[in-house]
Design a protein around this ligand. Structure first.
Ligand SMILES: [Cu+2]
Length: 306
């Protein structure tokens, strides 16, 4: 009996040793992957934003809302999550050492402790309040559209996006933006991200996005991570959001609603250019997409909310 116990204890010790070796290995692998990731990020194409292979964390934000979102995640959520995880780990270790059957042969029969129960209800509640306040203010800012310089309409279709530029802003055309033929992808083009017709917007200008979906289609979700833009495209409904890109470049996104068979093949590509380039593009695009009938008038989505 006694010998059996000793044998079991030895096996237990071996298991622990194995586990600690595994943990050390995992830490080392973690450190290595972090350095590999920073190398990968450094290779990211200049002025562009898309997830590089092996990248961790969020894409670099280029709008005020995007920056705020990143701060909310990295500056508020992540520290809270890490602190809670470490606290629970410390409690577990404490319990394992202090209250195992050898160290504590006669366990306490206590079942209730008013102070403890109040504490473990109130403390998480306070943490949630600390998270909720910046979360709701950020959400409000995302959906409160400031005075816009450019308004454009985005329509999610099966399975591509249509961008409409209104006449009153030197536009008056719309065009479809389709995924490039993946079998004939030119070098330098990004697989599953580059499109035939990019949407073009001016740098440093407030762009109001009116987002909807094909009336006979399905629900999509229009997302550009670097802009901090994420909004549903719903048939028969006009959703509004905005962004102000502070850096030129090409910024990618993808439909983020499981919308159907080609959900993975309807990327979003926005090219942010200088005001002069934008005006030149408008003139050129008007000619290029002239055949598109233009009967589009822009609604005021705020009116429908009342
Ligand atoms: Cu979709």
């Amino acid at each position: 009996m006694r010998q059996g116990q000793i044998g079991a204890q030895a096996r237990h010790t071996n298991v622990l040793k194995g586990a600690s070796r595994l943990a050390a290995g995992a830490t080392l692998a973690g450190l290595l992957s972090v350095s590999a990731v920073s190398a990968v990020i450094a290779q990211t194409r200049e002025g562009s934003s898309y997830s590089a292979p092996g990248q961790m964390g969020m894409l670099e934000p280029v709008t005020p809302i995007g920056q705020e979102m990143q701060f909310f995640h990295n500056g508020i959520l992540l520290p809270i999550i890490i602190a809670i995880t470490l606290f629970v780990l410390a409690l577990l270790i404490y319990v394992v050492i202090k209250f195992n059957s050898a160290a504590n042969p006669t366990p306490s029969r206590t079942t209730h402790h008013v102070g403890l129960e109040v504490a473990w209800t109130v403390v998480p509640l306070m943490i949630l309040v600390v998270i909720a306040y910046p979360s709701f203010t950020l959400l409000t800012r995302q959906l409160t559209i400031p005075e816009a310089d450019v308004t454009m309409k985005v329509t999610g279709k099966q399975w591509y996006w249509t961008y409409t530029y209104p006449k009153e802003q030197a536009g008056g055309f719309e065009f479809d933006s389709n995924l490039l033929d993946q079998a004939k992808l030119e070098p330098g083009k990004l697989r599953l991200l580059d499109v035939d017709n990019e949407a073009v917007v001016p740098v440093g200008k407030t762009v109001r996005l009116q987002v909807t979906a094909d009336a006979v289609g399905v629900i999509h979700s229009f997302v550009i991570p670097a802009f901090g833009v994420r909004i549903d495209a719903v048939p028969g409904r006009l959703n509004e959001t905005w962004f102000r890109a502070e850096r030129e470049g090409v910024y990618y996104g993808q439909c983020s609603k499981l919308c159907g068979k080609d959900h993975a093949y309807m990327p979003i590509a926005f090219r942010v250019v200088s005001e002069e380039q934008y005006q030149a593009w408008l003139t050129q695009a008007k000619g290029k997409f002239a055949s598109t009938p233009n009967s589009v008038t822009f609604a005021d989505a705020s009116a429908t909310r009342q």
